[in-house]
Each structure stands twice: as structure tokens, then as C-alpha cells.
Design a protein around this ligand. Structure first.
Ligand code: PRP
Length: 194
């Protein structure tokens, strides 16, 4: 499908095992009466959410928010646009934000303010991938699947120009764009079919 375009970074088995571990940590912290409200950040978080929610073995509710950061150029200026807001009230709930990747932290910092304004009982975040070397703003991430270097990764929900999201593993992109100064895991919106 994408042979040669990516180099495997995390295999499907490695991801599967880590998701089970994350679910166990989250379940432990939730306590006996824990009912979590999972808030998935689209689009990239959809596969992680699907696997995590089944591994949790807790009563959960699920909602979605679709965000787009923009600002021009190849790097985000930190502005966040809501493409689709979440629908359920977070008031009094134990909210768990489910992110595929934290890069500069700007999207998550914005989301924490947005969700916090709805007065949840608690607010935690799980991110499958974390790139701490790229952090521009301080943000709390209670559960991290894998800490990675500053590399452009795709697969398991993550895209390059909307492609690669369906790869079962996570790979580093080998396309020329990956070495052309673009280091953030974000791309300009595609103007047409990729
Ligand atoms: C990615 C990812 C995070 C955000 C992280 O989304 O899903 O939401 O970037 O970047 P940051 O820490 O620098 O803010 P993206 O904008 O690529 O959209 P997508 O999930 O729809 O692909």
C-alpha cells in the first residue's frame, strides 16, 4: 500500500500492547465507581479512541470534537478553529481527552481551556504520542503512550495530506516533504484529493 514511503517506527503489536497498558493505568486511577467521559479529538484520534475504549473495560460515554489549527506557513501559529464542537455537556463529568499526538501543545492547551469552561469534575488527557522537544506551551498530559523524537509520523490515525491514516502501524514519512523543513505533525489543508 505505502511501501517505501514510510519506515516502521512502532509496529501494530507494540501499539496494541501499549494501549492495553494505558487502559490499565487509566482504569486504576478511575477507581471503583469510575465512569469516564472520553472526548476524542478528530480526525487523528479516531483509531486510538476505538482501541482504547474497548480496552478500558469501564462504563464510558464518548463524544467528539474536530479541531483545526492554522496560522499560515508550515508551522502552527497557535490559533485553533472548531470544525465540529462536542455535543454533550461536560459539567460534573470525569473527562478524559483522547489525542493521537501532542506536538507544540497548542491544540491541547486550547482544548483544556475550552473543556474547563464547562466545569468538568476532572480533566485528564491521554496521548498516544508525545513530542516533548517540540513543545511551545506548557500542557499537562497525564498518560503518554510513546515519547518520540521530532519526526513526521503517519499511520494509526495520523495523516500526511489525509493519506496513511489506515496504516495499522506508525511509520516515519520518507517523502521529500518530511526532510524539507516541515517538522511539525501538521500539514496545510489539502486543496484537493491527495
Ligand atoms: C494534530 C493532532 C493534534 C494536533 C497536535 O491534529 O491530532 O490535535 O495536531 O499539534 P499541536 O500540539 O502542535 O497543537 P491535526 O491538526 O494534524 O489535524 P487532524 O487530527 O485532523 O489530522
Amino acid at each position: 500500500m505505502v511501501n517505501g514511503e514510510t519506515t516502521v517506527l512502532l509496529t501494530a503489536d507494540e501499539i496494541r500492547a501499549r494501549v492495553v497498558e494505558l487502559a490499565s493505568e487509566i482504569r486504576h486511577d478511575a477507581g471503583a465507581d469510575g465512569e469516564l467521559h472520553l472526548l476524542s479529538v478528530l480526525k487523528g484520534g479516531f483509531i486510538f479512541l476505538a482501541d482504547l475504549v474497548r480496552a478500558l473495560e469501564l462504563p464510558v460515554t464518548v463524544d467528539f470534537i474536530a479541531l483545526e489549527s492554522y496560522g499560515g506557513g508550515m508551522e502552527s501559529a497557535g490559533a485553533v478553529r472548531v470544525r465540529h464542537d462536542f455535543e454533550m455537556s461536560v459539567y460534573g463529568r470525569d473527562v478524559l481527552v483522547v489525542e493521537d499526538i501532542v506536538d507544540t501543545g497548542r491544540t491541547l492547551a486550547w482544548l483544556h481551556r475550552h473543556v474547563g469552561a464547562g466545569h468538568p469534575r476532572s480533566l485528564r488527557t491521554v496521548a498516544l504520542l508525545d513530542k516533548p522537544s517540540r513543545r511551545a506551551v506548557r500542557v499537562n498530559v497525564e498518560y503518554v503512550g510513546f515519547t518520540i523524537a521530532d519526526q513526521f509520523v503517519v499511520g494509526y490515525g495520523l495523516d500526511h495530506r489525509e493519506r496513511f491514516r489506515n496504516m495499522p502501524h506508525i511509520g516515519e514519512l520518507n517523502l521529500p516533504v518530511a526532510g524539507s523543513g516541515k517538522t511539525a505533525n501538521r500539514d496545510e489543508p489539502a486543496s484537493g484529493p491527495a
